[in-house]
Design a protein around this ligand. Structure first.
Ligand SMILES: [Zn+2]
Length: 349
């Protein structure tokens, strides 16, 4: 079986004094592993690995720490940097029209039982670091002058149920939300990025901001990192950082849009084969991204039975003999259309 090499594996190899040139020629390289090898080939670019969510110089606090310590923590440069990241992600959500009005909210775990989050009633496109709030995992506000988002309970339920979740992002991107309104998880095996980075499930509708909504989403975060919320929107979590949680939104939204375009072209989608998907799932597993299909047999992958592309205008018929794949008109269907048209015209006289 081919082995999957991630950027972490390459770092490990370098630390042990190994030679990246000795990697098996048929190994599958993750995209970040490929980037790392390219960096190593150009001798002057030694990019440091991604910074951790918090620098170790900040004294950690928890929800029961003295008020003064919590305030000092909340106003520290390290937390300020995370507040700026929340503003940056919020701006990108708004610019891409993934949020509307004061919709959407974002959170970052900054301690064992505390999280930084966006405020309520503010457009995500125009937030300032001073707007951010600090809460405990029950949603009680610990610091910040603005009131925390009313949907924070959902983010906190995800963090409680999924200890690896360091950041969460919620918004209402129209194409993905369309699938959520239809109660449909997008079909699979069409685009590699979607297969590698997102694992989608759908949670039933409940009133936004209620503990019940949060619990229903949290039940899915063991095996999924991107949850469609029926008749509402999407929420994602990341084990890396807040930008990565946001990336899930871009990937899902672009995917849902592509699937809808595909469905309108009047031809069945060409999906990847189960062995091709299996290769992608190996990369996904090496990146630490959950997926309920990890460990399934190949014949159980790429099951799109629930996917029924809505409308195709072409009448199903024989493919033209000219080999260009265009559909030839079906004479029986044409005769039927003609008969119905005549009847309608006769009645309208
Ligand atoms: Zn919402």
């Amino acid at each position: 079986m081919k082995s999957v090499i991630s950027a972490k594996d390459i770092e490990e190899l370098l630390r042990k004094g190994g030679d990246p040139g000795s990697l098996p020629a048929d190994a599958i390289l993750t995209p970040s592993a490929r980037d790392r090898l390219r960096e190593l080939e150009s001798p002057n670019s030694h990019k440091p690995s991604a910074p951790a969510a918090l620098s170790p110089v900040v004294k950690p606090v928890h929800s029961k720490s003295p008020k003064a310590e919590i305030e000092a923590f909340f106003n520290s440069p390290a937390i300020h940097a995370l507040k700026e990241q929340l503003c940056d992600v919020g701006r990108r959500l708004w610019q891409r029209e993934y949020v509307d009005g004061n919709g959407g909210n974002i959170a970052i775990r900054v301690g064992e039982d505390i999280a930084l989050c966006t405020p309520t009633l503010v457009s995500k496109g125009f937030m300032k670091p001073a707007d951010m709030c600090l809460v405990d995992l029950s949603g009680n506000q610990l610091a910040g002058t603005n009131k925390r988002t009313s949907e924070i309970l959902m983010h906190l339920e995800i963090m409680k149920r999924q200890p690896r979740a360091v950041a969460t992002c919620h918004c209402h991107p129209p194409y993905s939300t369309g699938f959520a309104v239809a109660g449909l998880v997008p079909p699979t095996c069409m685009i590699p990025e979607f297969e590698v980075f997102a694992s989608v499930a759908i949670a039933p509708y409940r009133t936004p901001g209620t503990p019940e909504m949060g619990q229903l989403v949290a039940e899915l975060v063991d095996k999924h990192n991107t949850i469609l919320m029926a008749n509402h929107g999407v929420v994602s979590w990341s084990h890396n950082n807040v930008e990565d949680a946001y990336f899930k939104m871009e990937i899902l939204e672009a995917y849902c849009r592509t699937v809808l375009v595909t469905a309108q072209l009047g031809r069945p989608a060409q999906t990847m084969t189960p062995p091709q998907l299996q290769d992608l799932l190996k990369i996904k597993q090496s990146l630490g991204i959950p997926d309920p299909r990890h460990g399934l047999k190949e014949c159980e992958l790429c099951d799109n039975n629930e996917w029924r592309p809505g409308v195709t205008c072409a009448v199903p018929g024989a493919v033209n003999g000219n080999g260009n794949g265009t559909l030839a008109p079906d004479s029986e269907a044409e005769a039927l259309v003609q008969a119905i048209t005549e009847q309608i015209l006769a009645r309208s006289k």
